[in-house]
Design a protein around this ligand. Structure first.
Ligand SMILES: *[C@@H]1O[C@H](CO)[C@@H](O)[C@H](O)[C@H]1NC(C)=O
Ligand SMILES: *[C@@H]1O[C@H](CO)[C@@H](O)[C@H](O)[C@H]1NC(C)=O
Ligand SMILES: [Zn+2]
Length: 342
């Protein structure tokens, strides 16, 4: 039986977990990296849904989901920001979707839900926009190792000293204070600067030979494939809990200031995870848009041949196939943005 104390504790932990997610800096940087790799079609699609043609269309909404979870209406979505892997770092790290995703949901189930919703075509413009804003955020969160770990509420209750601050917790250091120490600010301009460095690293630098592996096998073609892909992302980040976040256990993190030795040991991972999040997000949205356009083209083609097949013989020659396709295109609202205003 659920006791009041138990549900109170659960709510308390849920509220604590990932208070900042990657902080605003990390999420906006993921957004800018993604913008760089979006196809022209995906850029138009995203700008249309977000009603924002600026140069920060993904970056400026990348932390929306953190604001939403703190509202009464959005409180249900707090568990969507993480998955509580019930493993035993540093000796054993692993994610098991069936074991770790609770009935309240988790990052993996939420990514599946919002991937389907953003492409649904029957949702209102508002709900489509919400789905896209969740994806922009959650593909960032899932790369933060402590968002894929149950131990000590994802590190929220591990009190450490970082850069002279004696009551930081490990989770918020990873989310916010380590990235901000590295970049020296958290404004959109700082995120753009950081993103430019990471983009150069992906295109011609240290990540050039790795980037393809970050998205290898990623698939949106079925709910099962989406779950498999997101579980792979969570597993990838969760493994870093054992190897990079706490390779010598929790107590080893509490013996002195994490700056500079620990900081220097984790910064390359922090940077790579942000780059990964952005690169994956772009590929994910590109695939969603490519699939939608393909579907719509199929529908139009089908409608055109149906129209031709039902035409009286006499009319067929004057009404060319091209004209029929044009009529079908208009009938099926080509360029309608599919699903908006419905
Ligand atoms: C963005 O640009 C497109 C294409 O030029 C235009 O149709 C749309 O109205 C613009 N949206 C905003 C919010 O300015
Ligand atoms: C899917 O998203 C909608 C809209 O935010 C939400 O109401 C619903 O609970 C979500 N479902 C799952 C399984 O995450
Ligand atoms: Zn978050």
């Amino acid at each position: 039986m659920y006791t009041v104390a138990a549900s109170f504790l659960f709510l308390g932990l849920a509220a604590l977990q990932g208070v900042d997610a990657w902080g605003a800096l990390g999420h906006a940087t993921v957004g800018y990296v993604a913008q760089n790799y979006l196809s022209a079609a995906a850029q138009t699609w995203a700008q249309d849904i977000l009603v924002d043609n600026s140069t920060s269309y993904l970056a400026s909404v990348a932390s929306w989901a953190d604001t939403y979870r703190s509202t009464t209406a959005g409180a249900f979505s707090a568990p969507f920001h993480y998955i509580d892997a019930q493993d035993s770092p540093p000796s054993s790290c692993n994610v098991d979707y069936a074991r770790d995703c609770t009935t309240a949901g988790c990052s993996i189930s939420a990514i599946a839900n919002y991937t389907q919703r953003v492409a649904d075509g029957r949702l209102t413009a508002d709900n489509t926009q919400i789905a896209l804003k969740f994806l922009i955020h959650l593909l960032g969160d899932i790369t933060q190792p402590l968002h894929d770990e149950a131990l000590d509420v994802g590190g929220n209750t591990i009190i450490v000293t970082f850069d002279g601050y004696t009551s930081d917790n490990l989770h918020s250091d990873w989310d916010t204070y380590i990235p901000e120490k590295l970049i020296g600010g958290y404004a959109l301009a700082d995120a753009q600067t950081w993103a430019n460095t990471l983009i150069a690293d992906i295109d011609t630098g240290i990540y050039q030979s790795l980037a393809a592996s970050w998205i290898s096998g990623d698939s949106i073609t079925s709910s099962a494939n989406i779950i498999t892909t997101a579980t792979k992302w969570a597993t990838d980040a969760n493994a870093l809990v054992c190897t990079v976040v706490m390779p010598d256990g929790v107590e080893a993190l509490q013996t002195g200031d994490l700056y500079p030795t620990y900081y220097n040991s984790v910064v390359p991972t922090v940077e790579m995870q942000i780059a990964k999040g952005g690169y994956r997000l772009a590929n994910w949205l590109n695939m969603i848009v490519a699939a939608n356009v393909a579907t719509r083209r199929d529908i139009i083609e089908e409608a055109a041949s149906d129209m031709i097949s039902r035409m009286p013989e006499a009319e067929y020659p004057p009404l060319s196939r091209r004209n029929a396709a044009q009529i079908a295109r208009e009938a099926y609202g080509e360029g309608c943005g599919c699903g908006k205003h419905r």
